[in-house]
Design a protein around this ligand. Structure first.
Ligand code: SAH
Length: 220
């Protein structure tokens, strides 16, 4: 682990800086977000065979038919979450996956509550965040369609898999003034949406086309 954290080859600061420049060209503006991405080793979140490609602008397989989200999408969703509200004390993440998005969030908000339906993926993610000394994260092995009612309401909710429509339980677990960033839709045509909970209801903004793995029910 120690060795893989050091700056050899693919992990060099030049490789990471190239990724940051690309994110800026793609429209990411938040320096806070860019700094955290710059300083988080993305390659430790994937299998060694793919680690050399970790800083490319692409989603890559992490096993169990799932993928680590593309750097742009992680940056974009994080920026949207941070821009929308005041202080983010509690953030609910659905789809821990390899834990990369979790690690980015943990450095920008007070506490992350992360739900994943595939137990072995979450176990590995947990170990990685622990090795990075990111301890303000709680993990739940569950179907994220139920959210995590014990700690609701949340100031922010970030969903990393696409359901056909917004899960009702997640809406119910948003604080007033809170935001949810979520891809909605089937197959190749999904749309990133931002939902804001107001005093009297919800505002929905449709943002941009995206491609995510499907939101699936049940636990594995
Ligand atoms: N941010 C993660 C994304 C992983 S892909 C990363 O960069 O690694 C999406 C993840 O959502 C997968 O791990 C998948 O198992 C999980 N997922 C899909 N449907 C889910 C559900 N209903 N509840 C919890 N997790 C779910």
């Amino acid at each position: 682990m120690i060795q893989s954290l050091q700056g050899i080859g693919m992990t060099s600061s030049r490789t990471r800086e190239r990724m940051i420049n690309r994110l800026m060209e793609q429209g990411i503006r938040s320096n806070k977000v860019l700094d955290v991405i710059r300083n988080t080793p993305r390659h430790i979140f994937m299998d060694e065979a793919l680690a050399s490609r970790a800083y490319e602008d692409t989603a890559l397989p992490i096993g169990y038919n799932q993928t680590i989200s593309q750097p742009y999408i992680v940056a974009k969703m994080t920026e949207l979450l941070l821009a929308s509200s005041g202080r983010l004390a509690k953030v609910l993440e659905i789809g821990t996956g390899c834990g990369y998005q979790t690690a980015i969030l943990a450095q920008l908000v007070d506490h992350v509550y992360s739900v994943e339906r595939i137990a072995p993926l979450q176990k590995k993610a947990k170990d990685r965040l622990w090795s990075l000394k990111l301890k303000n994260v709680s993990y739940l092995h569950s179907d994220g369609g139920w959210g995590w009612p014990d700690y609701a309401p949340y100031d922010g909710i970030l969903v990393a898999a696409a359901p056909p429509e917004i899960p009702e339980m997640l809406l119910q677990q948003m604080a007033v003034g809170g935001v949810m960033i979520i891809p909605i839709g089937k197959g190749g045509s999904q749309q990133l949406q931002r939902i804001t909970r107001t005093e009297n209801g919800y505002e929905v903004e449709k943002l941009e086309p995206v491609i995510f793995v499907p939101f699936q029910s049940g636990r594995k």
